[in-house]
Design a protein around this ligand. Structure first.
Ligand code: GLC
Length: 547
């Protein structure tokens, strides 16, 4: 059992959290200054999006030096100070490790560019000759996740592989130097008190031997690029290092099979991996129940949001499509456009967060979701920076809209985010009324509810066992330990059965025993009682009344 197994982890998107030096971009000093917010939320840990030295082509997911902090965010000393201050408040710190690729500005890639084809410097990456008469065609048919081909050609004729942007060359994990370099990176940060890492695209590091053409159906996920068996040797190696420090990992892993996902999350590998099924579900009880079932196992990290998808308040306020997400692009369903009923979406988002917090396993909150912030869908095109936007020629909005800086106060123009006249991305006017300062004054704000929920969670919900309670099919209801979580997606008010005990936390005020629509409540079985039966009698259980 490790602290991370049941942790609430708060993801900080560093450039958008708080600006300490007045340049319009969030940084480590700004974060240190806002640690009280995280302490008052009661989270166990923070995961910082990448803050290593980087030209920021993909906002830090393009690392040019893994043991330096980017000057945009501060220094290694600033990071150490942040870690110390967080630890003083009982908050652990996880960084974001990007091992699949580095930046074209990494010293190794520069060296590789200057070195000839076939040289050891090029062997740290995937360089290859092209096909066609003159090598003018890429070495294989692999595409980039961000759109376009997965290969870029150099002036000397060779091509290099990049699963993402052309500025992010994939490292060759078949090369010992790459393995050794990353061991040193882990130790470097563990020696500085860092408690663990989120591992970026953890299923991507090892490619199919020989880099053959993908022969699956067009549009299907390229099984030669991802989830190769050899990747597990890397994580077993890292586990040994983490063990020396008592450190931990959580993997960003996109694989179709649960058995495969479990291998990444096994205790001798990363120990924890995200299960994204819940994140991509519509507001529909059977779909949500199915996603919970999918992730019920040791090592699951739950998330409803992160820096790659549209915010839940917006997703749940759009028309809900009751369909299985496309397995080749699950995120597409979490990046839809379309009209939004924001008050409804915000209300549902808070309720969904409560459901997630009641589950066994670790729960990850993305910054701003404690305020139920909306996705900013109408950013001017001129300010968009995401490579997805750029590489798709504007046909996809990309991810800038969930990365708009945090509103701390109601004070325009930047709502307490920065002393600069403007933040790096413009914040909408509506952010003022949703700011931390404003929500702190409201007893039923998203912030107030989620503070209560995060604090109550550990006392109420214990153990790994979850028992579904019989209820209206449009209601998700389960018991865990001595408490019950009930989520009402039915569009009707729900009379809470008497034997479900008193309400402890709810996403909206509860009048008597009536759970309104689009709401979640936590109840605990009355003191001295034996607890509820898993299938309460139809006269009480799941009784609904038309509103
Ligand atoms: C992961 C990150 C995403 C990044 C990509 C490439 O999916 O979450 O933000 O762009 O990897 O590193």
């Amino acid at each position: 059992m490790s602290w991370i197994d049941e942790a609430v982890v708060y993801q900080v998107y560093v450039r958008s959290f708080a600006d300490g030096n007045g340049d319009g971009v969030g940084d480590l000093a700004g974060m240190t200054g806002r640690l009280e917010h995280l302490a008052s939320l009661g989270v166990d840990a923070v995961w910082l999006s990448p803050c290593f030295q980087s030209p920021q082509a993909d906002h830090g997911y393009d690392v040019s030096d893994y043991t330096a902090v980017d000057p945009l965010f501060g220094t290694v000393a600033d990071l150490e100070a942040f870690v110390a201050e967080a630890h003083a408040r009982g908050i652990r710190v996880m960084l974001d490790l990007v091992p699949n690729h580095c930046s074209v500005e990494h010293a190794w890639f520069r060296e590789a560019l200057a070195a000839p084809a076939g040289s050891p410097a090029r062997a740290r990456f995937h360089f290859a000759d092209g096909r066609g008469l003159d090598g003018e065609l890429p070495p294989n048919n692999w595409g980039s996740v961000f759109g376009g081909p997965g290969w870029t050609r150099l002036s000397d004729g060779q091509w290099y592989l990049h699963s993402f942007d052309a500025s992010q060359p994939d490292l060759n994990w078949g090369c010992d130097e790459v393995l050794e370099m990353m061991d040193d990176v882990l130790r470097f940060w563990f020696d500085r008190g860092v408690d663990g890492f989120r591992v970026d695209v953890a299923h991507g590091l090892v490619k199919r031997e020989g880099l053959p053409d993908w022969t699956g159906a067009p549009g299907s996920s390229n099984e030669f690029m991802w989830n190769q068996p050899g990747v597990h040797d890397i994580y077993r190696r890292w586990r040994k290092i983490a063990y020396e420090y008592g450190a931990c990992f959580v993997g960003e892993v996109w694989v179709a099979s649960v058995a495969d996902l479990m291998a990444y999350a096994s205790p001798d590998e990363l120990g924890q991996a995200f299960d994204f099924h819940l994140l991509v579900q519509p507001w529909h009880a059977p779909s949500i129940r199915g996603a919970v079932e999918h992730g019920l196992r040791p090592g699951t990290a739950w998330a409803l949001a992160n820096h790659d998808v549209h915010r839940p308040a917006t997703r749940y306020g759009q028309a809900q499509l009751i369909e299985e997400p496309d397995p080749a692009d699950m995120l597409a369903s979490a990046r839809r456009r379309g009209p939004v009923d924001l008050p409804l979406g915000r209300r549902r988002a808070v309720a969904a967060s409560m459901l997630m917090l009641a589950l066994p396993g670790a729960a990850y909150l993305y910054q701003g979701d404690e305020l139920a912030l909306p996705e900013v869908l109408d950013l001017p095109h001129s300010v968009r920076q995401d490579p997805i936007w750029l590489r798709s020629g504007g046909s996809e909005l990309g991810r800038d809209g969930c990365r708009v800086p945090m509103p701390w106060t109601a004070e325009p123009d930047t709502f307490g985010f920065t002393q600069a006249p403007a933040a790096w991305l413009p914040q909408p006017e509506a952010f003022g009324a949703l700011s931390v300062e404003v929500q702190e004054q409201e007893p039923w704000s998203a912030l107030a509810v989620l503070r209560r929920a995060v604090r109550a969670r550990k006392g109420l919900f214990t153990g790994d066992e979850l028992t579904w309670l019989e209820a209206d099919p449009d209601v998700v209801a389960f018991r865990r330990g001595r408490s019950i979580c009930v989520l009402n997606t039915s569009g009707r008010e729900l009379a809470l059965p008497g034997d479900w005990g008193p309400v402890r936390v709810s996403s909206v005020p509860i009048d008597g025993r009536i759970l309104p629509t689009d709401a979640c409540a936590w109840l605990s079985v009355a003191e001295g009682g034996d607890g509820v039966s898993p299938s309460p009698t139809p006269a009480t259980a799941g009784t609904t009344k038309e509103s």
